[in-house]
Design a protein around this ligand. Structure first.
Ligand SMILES: *Cc1c(COP(=O)(O)O)cnc(C)c1O
Length: 217
């Protein structure tokens, strides 16, 4: 059996069945994605629109594509037709654009709000006051063509496990707060190759794994 398959199986054996595994294929060739697909993987994540739209037509149609990276407003139109879930919605203008493009396609798009939990300047995401505000508007039916399915976050890139756990625990608590008001809240997307075990211990039900499946980039 090939190494991609082995890696996928090893991860799946070590996570609860209730946790969705997204194989992050950014920078990796189409053949690697096909290999993972042939091993049964269906959910894949990319972080650049250009790369996503180049790969998508070359691969099986039933792949569920996740846009996990920072998304620019002017690029939403290129992915609305096929994207399964947009993880990185971190501002109101972007959400409005997704709503507008989804309306044109006469569909509802699934999105996650990205919350900034890391203590780093480089990580994107909104704060709790902004997500409160956006969800209030959502409740008032301001957005008719998006479904807010949950939250996404990235922990600080550090070896301090307690800090990482604290950041994930905070996001979990925020997720539970919103879930009480919004029954469609389903996904808490947190955890990558280096920290997915800590993420799952702290309530994650969707992990985004790249290098632990496909090898270093
Ligand atoms: C690259 C990336 C991942 C996967 O990272 P690995 O460390 O390779 O598992 C997860 N989430 C986002 C948003 C990414 O950009």
């Amino acid at each position: 059996m090939n190494i991609i398959c082995q890696n996928l199986q090893k991860i799946k054996q070590n996570i609860p069945r209730t946790v969705s595994l997204i194989a992050v294929s950014k920078t990796k060739p189409v053949i690697d994605i096909q290999t993972a697909y042939d091993c049964g993987q269906r959910h894949f994540g990319e972080n650049k629109v250009q790369e996503l739209i180049a790969k998508q037509p070359l691969l099986p149609e039933d792949i569920k594509w996740h846009m996990i990276g920072h998304l620019q407003r002017n690029k939403v139109k290129y992915i609305v037709a096929f994207v399964y879930l947009i993880h990185g919605v971190d501002n109101l203008k972007l959400l409005k654009e997704i709503d507008k493009q989804a309306r044109k396609h006469n569909k509802k798009l699934n999105i996650l709000l990205q919350i900034k939990i890391a203590r780093e300047e480089t990580k994107f995401g909104m704060d709790e006051a902004m997500s409160d505000d956006i969800l209030q508007q959502y409740k008032n039916q301001t957005f008719t063509h998006v479904q807010i399915k949950g939250l996404m976050g990235m922990a600080t890139n550090t070896t301090d496990k307690e800090q990482i756990a604290g950041e994930f625990a905070y996001l979990h608590q925020l997720f539970e707060k919103y879930k009480k008001q919004f029954p469609e809240f389903e996904y808490l997307s947190m955890g990558m190759s280096g920290d997915y075990r800590i993420a799952i211990e702290n309530g994650s039900n969707m992990i985004r794994i790249g290098s632990a499946i496909f090898g270093a980039r």
